[in-house]
Design a protein around this ligand. Structure first.
Ligand code: NAP
Length: 238
């Protein structure tokens, strides 16, 4: 039997790249989505096993997402797992946030995940035990000064995740949200010291620590419509 196919948006770097690595190690074929073909290829080249593909796709562009998933269907078959790790931040106080930055954050983090879920879903309905993990954030639950738009995108993603979980549960597709705190990636460069002071466990998380939680959600057949917080206890301190 062919191995399961997993699609990971934002698989070129950070948490998404760690998710790709664990999925490949668990025997999945992985389709890595990035805005850069070269970055996606680089991620694929680092994966164990065969049958992985690199795709250039900006998740904020509806037609590009649709085309990408049509080509995945054609060349790789039905999608078992979808992980939405593509995300951007443009952190600033609201009064200093430009409207184009608001659009970029909402279109990538929220609309982007909606578009990939919509594009993958028909295929996933045919696969027993298919599952989606959207990557939200602890600040989508708590709020964060200087991150109002980013937090809104992640709070919106949580509502979207719960609603979609209800829509597709009867078809045996599970949808969950992973809510990381401070994870050491390009997105959090320079925040090491602030994080270690604020996080009860006293350190940032590694991308693999968030990725392991994503794998748990993908592989747990009785878990849907839930939020898994992976934040070293940060929520306790907010
Ligand atoms: P990262 O290292 O900056 O990686 C972001 C990824 O998103 C890259 O692979 C990037 O790929 C991709 N991406 C960005 N815009 C895209 C677009 N329009 N279309 C397709 N791909 C796009 O960030 P990270 O820390 O791993 O974050 C991963 C997810 O976790 C994000 O949703 C982030 O909001 C969330 N998160 C992170 C933390 C943290 O502490 N790091 C905490 C909470 C939540 P290319 O640049 O190659 O296109």
């Amino acid at each position: 039997m062919a191995s399961r196919l997993a699609v990971v948006s934002g698989g070129s770097r950070g948490i998404g790249r760690a998710v790709c690595r664990l999925l490949a190690e668990s025997g999945c074929r992985v389709a890595v989505l990035s805005r850069s073909q070269e970055a996606a290829r680089d991620a694929v080249a680092s994966l164990r096993g065969d049958g992985h593909v690199a795709l250039c796709c900006d998740v904020s562009r509806p037609q590009e997402v649709q085309r990408t998933f049509e080509s995945i269907q054609k060349s790789c078959g039905d999608v078992s797992f979808l992980v939405n790790a593509a995300g951007v931040n443009r952190d600033a106080l609201l009064l200093r946030t430009q409207p184009e930055d608001m659009v970029a954050v909402l279109h990538t983090n929220l609309l982007g995940s909606m578009l990939t879920c919509r594009a993958a879903l028909r295929s996933m309905l045919r696969v027993p035990g298919a599952a989606i993990v959207n990557i939200g954030s602890v600040v989508g639950r708590t709020g964060s000064a200087g991150q109002s738009v980013y937090s809104a995108s992640k709070a919106g993603l949580e509502g979207f995740t719960m609603s979609l979980a209800k829509e597709v549960a009867s078809r045996d597709v599970r949808v969950n949200l992973l809510a990381p705190g401070f994870i050491r990636t390009d997105m959090t460069a320079g925040l090491e010291e602030a994080a270690s002071l604020r996080v009860p466990l006293g350190r940032m998380g590694a991308p693999e620590e968030a990725a392991r939680a994503a794998l748990f959600l993908l592989e747990s057949p009785y878990v849907t419509g839930t939020v898994l917080v992976v934040d070293g206890g940060l929520q306790l301190a907010l």
